[in-house]
Design a protein around this ligand. Structure first.
Ligand code: TYD
Length: 427
């Protein structure tokens, strides 16, 4: 028996209102109509556009046609990417694929546009067939679902589910002769889906994963870290990258070193305490490693195992650069100390925010209170920088080095593009 899932796109795989609403507003404004309010905008998701412009904004036929054209002018360029993959959807699709399911998409959004959205998010590799309306072909949902299945589908003996968030999806499934899952996180209500007769209802993506793949361990997630000198702008870049990954449906577990879990946070307080001026360099190095050992086992490994993207603000490279370089304990000694802590768990990619130590010092001087490490002399930071350069030289394939002297937006864009490319390649 073959198993297939046919997904609806908007409201089921992606949360697409941002681009749709912005483009509806754009069309209304250009044609001299008042800006639609939020309840009106909500109604635009689902029905054909021309219908909505006529029905909800009171346009006549000719104006509505013009509005659709104007809408597309914006939507086809930027609107379709003002969109997010629902959290968990990537994990669901990866898991289904690994378990041998056939995956199709049946959507009311034009085929070409849908293909661009799916490819933009790197979901195309999971999809066997995508069916949407094509030029001059206003296919209904029943026909779309049937053509999204393999041509030789055996409706009696094979198992097929249509997954959607609106009654149209459920009705389409019934018409096409397949079972349906109504999902409660999209644009329709539970009542709408149940009244339409969905075979099964899932309030969340998580419930759907449990329903379609019970007891299955998800494919492994990924491990990323970010590094840089104090003052390299890590805080801002972490926020920007978090948002970019979230948009793509990567489920992030964000953490930091030293720290990241209760025991390691206690060690962090000891390490960074300004009153611990007499702390020996080797004590410091061992405390960082101890904090890391706990973090790896309590946070990092479980996150990767659960299919999440583990993102650590600093990891072992910081020890090599700061204790190995800055404190002059040497690269090899730090690697040796950290070997049992890390125990083979290394990031698949490490983002290095590249600012030289002079720039970093200037930026730090603007900060109000410097901690014990930051108070160390500037030759210390010159050695830290040299430590990082040595690491990058040794394992260039792991590092994503970005010029961090530009504007936060420019840096963020490059970081997001490069990290997303690596993550999608590894899926
Ligand atoms: P933190 O306030 O988190 O600074 P940042 O925002 O720059 O990460 O303090 C962490 C400090 O600890 C930072 O100066 C770098 C240093 N550090 C090490 O010396 N070795 C290590 O292994 C780690 C993880 C951090």
């Amino acid at each position: 028996m073959r198993k297939a899932v046919i997904f609806d796109l908007d409201g089921t795989l992606t949360q697409s209102e941002e681009g749709i609403w912005a483009s509806v507003k754009y069309a209304a404004e250009k044609l001299g109509f008042p800006e639609p309010d939020a309840p009106t905008l909500r109604k635009f998701i689902g029905p054909p556009l021309g219908y909505s412009f006529r029905e909800y904004l009171g346009m006549d036929d000719a104006t509505a046609d013009k509005a659709v054209e104007t809408y597309r002018e914006r939507y086809n360029v930027v609107g379709l990417f003002e969109n997010r993959v629902f959290p968990g959807v990537r994990r669901l699709m990866r898991t289904l694929k690994r378990e041998g399911w056939y995956i199709g998409i049946a959507t009311g959004k034009p085929q070409k546009t849908s293909e661009r959205v799916v490819a933009h998010f790197g979901l195309d590799k999971f999809v066997d067939k995508l069916c949407g309306p094509t030029a001059g072909h206003q296919a209904d949902k029943v026909a779309l679902i049937q053509s999204a299945l393999p041509a030789d589908w055996d409706y009696q003996n094979d198992e097929a589910w249509m997954v959607g968030d609106r009654k149209f999806d459920v009705e389409g499934a019934i018409g096409a002769g397949v079972k349906s899952i109504g999902v409660g996180y999209g644009y329709g209500s539970e009542e709408e889906l149940r009244t339409a007769g969905c075979t099964h209802y899932c309030a969340t993506v998580e419930e759907m994963i449990d329903f379609l793949c019970p007891g299955v361990t998800p494919p492994e997630g990924a491990f990323l870290s970010m590094e840089g000198l104090d003052g390299s702008g890590k805080g801002t870049q972490i926020r920007l990258l978090t948002d970019a990954l979230d948009r793509f449906g990567f489920e992030l577990v964000l953490s930091r070193e030293p720290g990241g879990c209760p025991i390691s946070e206690k060690l962090r307080d000891i390490i960074l305490d300004k009153n611990n001026a007499e702390m020996d360099d080797i004590t410091e190095a061992l405390l960082y490693a101890a904090s890391r050992a706990q973090h790896v086992r309590e946070v990092i490994r479980p996150a990767i195992k659960a299919g999440k993207v583990m993102f650590s603000d600093r990891f072992v490279d910081s020890s090599v650069a700061y204790q190995g370089g800055g404190r002059q304990l040497g690269v090899q000694k730090i690697l040796d100390i950290n070997a049992p802590a890390v125990d083979g768990t290394m990031p698949m990619a490490t983002i290095y925010l590249d600012v030289d130590h002079e720039t970093s010092l200037k930026r730090r001087a603007a900060a109000t209170e410097l901690d014990r490490l930051e108070l160390a002399g500037d030759s210390f930071h010159a050695r830290v920088e040299a430590g990082y350069r040595e690491l990058i030289r040794r394992t260039p394939e792991r590092f994503i080095v970005v010029d961090a002297t530009r504007t936060p937006e420019e840096i963020g864009k490059e970081v997001a593009e490069k990290v997303l490319a690596r993550l999608m390649e590894a899926e």
